[in-house]
Write a protein that binds this ligand. Structure first.
Ligand SMILES: [Fe+2]
Ligand SMILES: [Fe+2]
Length: 267
């Protein structure tokens, strides 16, 4: 079974900045490669309505392909992120609706996830991370995502939900998916407080602990716009973001970047 993996498409921003139609290139790639499953691990675009429309559009276009999705922080940018989260559940392939069994042995378990400052650097308080301002820069989620409770409580909610599902499917071959980062290995520490401060908002090591505890086979995430595909802790790790044009792209046009970035794995 061929599974395509991509995250952080940021459709709106990349379309505006490249002047190119990102979705049509994505469709071209799918037509040529015809994966049976496509896993998009968050940051489709900004705001739930646009992300939902894009997901529905893609799934309607390729009815034989199973499109699976977890939301990113940008997908739930809304005055009420809980209602944005619920709106995105209308997409049947949203893993927040529950695990998806691919065949007798493999199951995909995931949800967007959030961050609880477990990747935060020392010397700052939870209060400072919760405000999210360093010098004159404030982490954009603070202005654009509005959850009913604290970052830590929201993260805990995801952890409990995911652990319940992981327990249910113990013994199966599990592909775990979040948008946020599960292991400190993927956190870039630059020893510059103006960068490192915001590592607190990259994810939670608790997701990685769950992956270890339930011995997942593969872990797919996004959020950091750096690409990884390797084995770590006995887990095949795939972080495969498209990222922002131009500084995070290797090529100047959308077709080349999309075609060279999407990863195909086989189970
Ligand atoms: Fe992103
Ligand atoms: Fe993100």
């Amino acid at each position: 079974m061929k599974i395509a993996v991509l995250s952080d498409i940021h459709e709106g921003l990349n379309r505006k900045n490249t002047g190119m139609d990102i979705v049509s290139q994505l469709k071209k790639w799918i037509e040529i490669n015809s994966p049976e499953v496509f896993i998009i691990s968050g940051d489709m675009t900004a705001g739930p309505k646009k992300s939902l429309n894009l997901l529905n559009h893609l799934q309607e276009e390729f009815t034989k392909m199973k499109l699976l999705f977890v939301h990113g922080n940008h997908d739930i940018y809304h005055g009420d992120s809980k209602s944005a989260y619920d709106m995105l559940l209308e997409f049947p392939g949203n893993l927040g609706n529950g695990p998806v069994e691919l065949n007798d042995s493999w199951v995909v378990i995931g949800d967007g996830g959030w961050y609880d400052y477990t990747f935060g650097i020392e010397g700052y308080t939870e209060e400072q991370f919760s405000v999210g301002t360093f010098n004159d820069f404030t982490w954009p989620d603070k202005a654009n995502a509005h959850w009913p409770s604290s970052d830590q409580c929201e993260t805990k909610r995801y952890l409990e939900k995911l652990e319940g599902w992981l327990k249910d499917f113990q013994g199966k071959k599990i592909i775990m998916v979040t948008h946020v980062v599960p292991f400190p290995r993927y956190i870039q520490v630059k020893n510059e407080p103006s960068w490192d401060f915001f590592n607190a908002m990259m994810g939670s090591k608790r997701f990685g602990e769950l992956a270890d505890k339930y011995q997942v086979k593969k872990y797919i995430f996004g959020h950091i716009h750096t690409r990884y595909h390797e084995h770590y802790n006995g887990i095949e790790i795939i972080c495969n973001p498209l990222g922002y044009y131009p500084h995070e792209w290797n090529s100047a046009n959308a077709k080349e970047e999309i075609f060279s970035t999407i990863k195909l794995i086989e189970i």
